[in-house]
Design a protein around this ligand. Structure first.
Ligand SMILES: C[S@@+](CC[C@H](N)C(=O)[O-])C[C@H]1O[C@@H](n2cnc3c(N)ncnc32)[C@H](O)[C@@H]1O
Ligand SMILES: Nc1nc2[nH]cc(C(=O)O)c2c(=O)[nH]1
Ligand code: SF4
Ligand SMILES: [Mg+2]
Length: 231
């Protein structure tokens, strides 16, 4: 599998924000979001080290952390991802309750196989798998690529993330309602970094009584504003 980088940091996004996590970033993506902060990992021929699922699972074990984030680029494009996920879910984890494996995915890669794997494995493995799925909004330039079927596969273990740029907030609310997310899947609203004031997101939530949504700023960019890799 083409690994652009792997590192331990605190998770800066999603339901595990603030917790130590082992990150594996795969090279290559099927989208080109205008704001992408990891374009360096997406370009054809991006530097990547070939590693097997077994090697990656061994590295995760050696880190000693409980949370694992599989990201990219677009991790769901990797044909061996289900194999890696199955290995990770079978790991005992540092606290003997298994690993919390999170897949960060863009909404434009079919989640059917991974959702079926999760249903098949069920409670038989110690680990837990969750999907953090973006719905790309107009400012990304990629909204037409979203696969609504992906969002029907999600439940309370998962997260739908709306990265909001200028003018995107009303569309995020409309999509959340159309996809029947409130009360069914946790929803996070995150500012496209540097593009809109986070306070604008909070105001919008207040104006629209979005009690079901969570506002979130990318924590790692607050802590390490000028560092692009390895955090
Ligand atoms: C780099 S992407 C990799 C995973 C997958 N390709 C995706 O888009 O979800 C990880 C997360 O970073 C977010 N992201 C990328 N650039 C961003 C930016 N400039 N501001 C805020 N979030 C950003 C994406 O929207 C996504 O939720
Ligand atoms: N610290 C940190 N947390 C993250 N959570 C999701 C990330 C990603 O790029 O998918 C990310 C990242 O790049 N760094
Ligand atoms: S889908 Fe994710 S990795 Fe791909 S361009 Fe968009 S933000 Fe970047
Ligand atoms: Mg990132």
């Amino acid at each position: 599998m083409p690994v652009a980088e792997r590192f331990v940091s605190i998770n800066g996004e999603g339901a595990c924000a603030g917790k130590l996590a082992a990150f594996i970033r795969f090279a290559g993506c099927n989208l080109r979001c205008g704001y992408c902060d990891t374009m360096w990992a997406n370009v054809p021929g991006a530097a990547a080290k070939g590693e097997t699922p077994e090697q990656l699972a061994a590295w995760v074990r050696q880190t000693g952390v409980e949370c694992v984030t599989l990201t990219g680029g677009e991790p769901v494009l990797q044909p061996l991802l289900p194999q890696l996920v199955e290995l990770l879910l079978g790991e005992p984890g540092p606290c003997e309750r298994g690993l919390r494996v999170e897949i960060e995915t863009n909404g434009a890669a079919d989640l059917g196989e991974l959702a079926a794997l999760r249903a098949r494995i069920g409670d038989a493995t110690p680990g837990v798998l969750s999907f953090t799925v973006d719905w790309k909004l107009p400012s990304s330039g990629m909204e037409q690529r979203m696969l609504p079927a992906n969002f029907r596969l999600l439940d309370t273990r998962d997260t739908v993330k709306f990265v909001c740029g200028q003018g995107d907030l009303p569309r995020a609310l409309e999509v959340a309602r159309q996809l029947d997310l409130p009360g069914r899947v946790p929803v996070y609203l995150s500012p496209c970094f540097g593009d809109i004031e986070p306070a604008r997101i909070v105001e919008f939530m207040q104006e629209n009584q979005m009690t079901w949504a969570t506002a979130q700023v990318q924590l790692h960019k607050v802590i390490w504003p000028d560092v692009e890799r390895g955090v």
